[in-house]
Design a protein around this ligand. Structure first.
Ligand code: 3IO
Length: 339
């Protein structure tokens, strides 16, 4: 009799615990690592944090994204293969650092007058969607975006093409071709190596979008900006294919739903932030902004004319429709510039 009542007591206790314990079973959380090469205050990392926050929110925290800025998980040149190999689930690449690898999408960094980062980001994404280049076969593309048009930041003023002769300036990819055409001594390296190169005097300036004057404090060293507004640098955020394949459908939908939105958001952030950075550089570091007269601009532009022609020729020789790609970019600029 005693045994039986004890048995019921225990049973009742279990029933009580089971009844009051939370019934909601938390699904296993998905955890993803996201690698980025430049320091946290720069725009590729700002857009990374924004994407992380939005994805965590839109998946009801089913996904947790761990971000690694500053090359702490993968560096600039190891990014693409590192993600393909699964060293990171997600990574941010600057296509200019491996120009031969991303022929189709790097065509956006020909001197075709992309007016701003927002337009350029959508043009790049449209171009990618149309051509589905082989270079991205081994990854899932989560978004693409571009910088604002590049300008010269330098220790000494650059007002004439003759000032550029033999001047050591840092640029990569399509932007590097522009500097060469103007007669500068182009030095190639990722943005993440540039602060040290400037500090040590290995380079006397750089050719990129102007927000780095503030974000990487280049205004402390480069007291002159020459406005050329020529080419952009294209970027992609890519994911390991097998990590993508393991995601549940609702997470894939959340990520797919952000591809174009994130491109536009990043372009817009970049365009606004460049304006802030110019004002800040003038006010805080007395940076001088040099503009070219229309005559000079025409003279500088004339030097760039052969670049696109040569690119079309070599690209057609390699079996890709170079002329069509260039025409598509021109058409897309018109289409995407309509606000
Ligand atoms: C860039 C790369 C990393 C962080 C900030 C940046 N702003 C513009 C770029 C473009 C670029 O990759 C480069 O090398 O100029």
């Amino acid at each position: 009799m005693k045994r039986v009542s004890l048995f019921f007591c225990v049973l009742a206790a279990f029933a009580l615990v089971a009844g009051t314990a939370p019934v909601k079973v938390q699904a296993k959380q998905i955890s993803l690592n996201y690698a980025n090469f430049p320091p946290a205050p720069t725009f590729p990392c700002v857009q990374m944090e924004r994407w992380k926050t939005e994805i965590e929110k839109r998946t009801d925290s089913a996904v947790q994204i761990h971000t690694f800025p500053g090359g702490t998980l993968l560096g600039a040149k190891d990014m693409m293969d590192g993600v393909i190999n699964g060293q990171a689930d997600i990574g941010c690449i600057c296509m200019a650092y491996q120009p031969g690898r991303f022929t189709v999408t790097n065509a956006t960094s020909l001197p075709l007058d992309i007016p701003d980062a927002k337009t350029g980001s959508l043009v790049l994404l449209d171009l990618y969607n149309k051509y589905q280049p082989k270079a991205f076969d081994k990854v899932k593309v989560l978004t693409m975006f571009v910088t604002a048009p590049a300008n010269i930041m330098s220790k000494e003023p650059v007002t004439e093409l003759s000032d550029l002769k033999g001047l050591d300036l840092r640029a990569s990819g399509g932007a590097a071709q522009i500097l060469k055409a103007w007669g500068a001594n182009q030095v190639g390296m990722p943005m993440s190596d540039t602060p040290e190169a400037l500090q040590k005097g290995v380079v006397k300036g750089l050719f990129s979008s102007l927000e780095v004057m503030k974000d990487l404090k280049f205004a402390e060293i480069c007291k002159y900006i020459t406005i050329t507004d020529t080419v952009i640098y294209p970027f992609a955020v890519i994911m390991n294919k097998s990590a993508w394949g393991k995601l549940p459908d609702h997470v894939k939908q959340a990520m797919d739903g952000m591809i174009e939105e994130q491109a536009a958001w990043t372009g817009n952030y970049m365009d606004n932030h460049v304006s802030d950075a110019i004002t800040w550089s003038k006010e805080t570091h007395q940076v001088e902004v040099i503009t070219l007269t229309p005559e000079k601009k025409a003279e500088w532009n004339a030097k760039l004319a052969p670049i696109t022609e040569n690119w079309i020729k070599t690209t057609e020789e390699s079996g890709l429709p170079g002329a069509q790609i260039v025409q598509d970019i021109k058409d897309l600029i018109v289409k995407r510039s309509v606000k």
